[in-house]
Design a binder for this molecule. Structure first.
Ligand code: NAI
Ligand code: MG
Length: 354
């Protein structure tokens, strides 16, 4: 296959994990006979420094010409002046809006080798493999809101339309078909009107997917079930706010922030893929960054935008194997365990792929 991937290294550890991830992309291309082209452009703080704009038009144009976007991380203390009108994070919001990326997919998985890093009993977290499908461009984060001057009242509005819920549900059910055929839809239908529409719509969409089991959970109950029976979940779909909160809660199950990937998808196969972590300025330039979140983001890009399931799995399996062999970047090393650098970890992944 021929494909073009727009790469946005950004700031802090971004360029470090990007360089390493592109080595893996190139290895996958050679191994499976694909012709991958990458086009690098500016976003975030470095884009502000060089052009005055966190998302230059040139970057948008390059991304429009690509099949998918791979983004590392943006931001850092240099651009964190709260009084400044121009901030790196604006680049992220603008690019999500520009490409209509309404579905945010966040897989959370536990690794037996890292069980000691998770503050839950080992038998509880065994085999946890959850895919969050969070609505990203609607709901209460985008509804009308108002702080009424000096009065003691303010409001936010949670509004969902049937098409917004439908398109997200299709993403969730299709994803479940490639996994363990179960969708848990999270809502608060016992109280909120928007969430009754949510549930009704999900039930209707489910009729198209008879092979997928559908479970409904109220969001408050879901917070508890995530800690008491995390391995019973497959795909969890939720609105913008509930998905935000639940996926942060679930990230604890993985062991380190540096392990988590994400995909933001729109209507077609185009998408943007990025690790959940930020630019980690505290460890930037030291070879300490955990590359797993970024590598797994590449695996998601191959799976969803390029439909290369086998290649995606090859990367995921190689990471599992390297962890099982005991390689640890500092963030996932237990006391007394030897640590490796970002590059050494990726060398080991490449050796597994060879
Ligand atoms: P952060 O995710 O950059 O770092 C939080 C902690 O996790 C730090 O101790 C860091 O060293 C560690 N960490 C993060 N990624 C790691 C990795 N791959 N390997 C090992 N350790 C890792 O979040 P923080 O410190 O709140 O934000 C730093 C900057 O990143 C800020 O400017 C923030 O706005 C930006 N940010 C950008 C995001 C993005 O580009 N999507 C997301 C979150 C924050
Ligand atoms: Mg959050």
């Amino acid at each position: 296959m021929k494909a073009t991937i727009a790469t946005l290294p950004g700031d802090g550890i971004g360029p470090e994990v990007m360089v390493e991830t592109l080595r893996v992309l190139s290895a996958i291309g050679s191994k499976y006979g694909h012709d991958f082209t990458t086009t690098e452009s500016l976003i975030g703080g470095i884009a502000i420094d060089e052009t005055g704009n966190p998302l230059p038009d040139e970057t948008i144009k390059t991304c429009e010409e690509a099949d998918a976007i791979l983004l590392a991380a943006v931001g850092g203390p240099k651009w964190s002046d709260p009084t400044s009108d121009v901030r790196p994070e604006q680049g992220l919001l603008k690019i999500r809006q520009h490409f209509g990326l309404f579905a945010n997919l966040r897989p959370v998985k536990t690794y037996p080798a890292l069980a000691s890093h998770v503050p839950l009993r080992a038998d509880l977290i065994e085999g946890v493999d959850i895919l969050f499908v969070r609505e990203l461009t609607g709901g209460i984060y985008f509804g009308q809101r108002k702080e009424m001057g000096d009065s003691d009242e303010a409001y936010d509005t949670m509004l969902y339309s049937r098409p917004e819920v439908e398109r997200l549900a299709h993403v969730a059910f299709r994803a479940a078909q490639g996994r363990r055929n179960k969708v848990t839809s999270v809502d608060k239908a016992n109280v909120l009107a928007s969430m009754r529409l949510w549930r009704k719509t999900v039930v209707q969409v489910a009729e198209d997917y008879e092979d997928v089991e559908l479970e409904h959970l109220l969001v408050d109950a879901c917070t508890m079930h995530l800690l008491t029976r995390p391995s019973s979940f497959d795909v969890i779909m939720a609105g913008n706010m509930f998905g935000d909160i639940l996926s942060d809660e679930a990230s604890v199950l993985a062991g380190s922030l540096g392990m988590l990937p994400s995909a933001s998808l729109g209507a077609g196969r185009f998408g943007m893929y990025e690790p959940v972590h930020g630019s980690a300025p505290d460890i930037a330039g030291q070879g300490k960054a955990n590359p797993i979140g970024m590598l797994l983001s590449l695996a998601m890009l191959l799976r969803y935008s390029l439909e290369l399931e086998e290649e995606a799995r090859a990367i995921e399996t190689a990471i599992d194997d390297v962890l099982a062999d005991g390689l640890r970047t500092p963030d996932i090393a237990s006391k007394g365990e030897a640590v490796c650098s970002t590059t050494e970890f990726v060398d080991a992944v490449l050796a597994k792929l060879a």
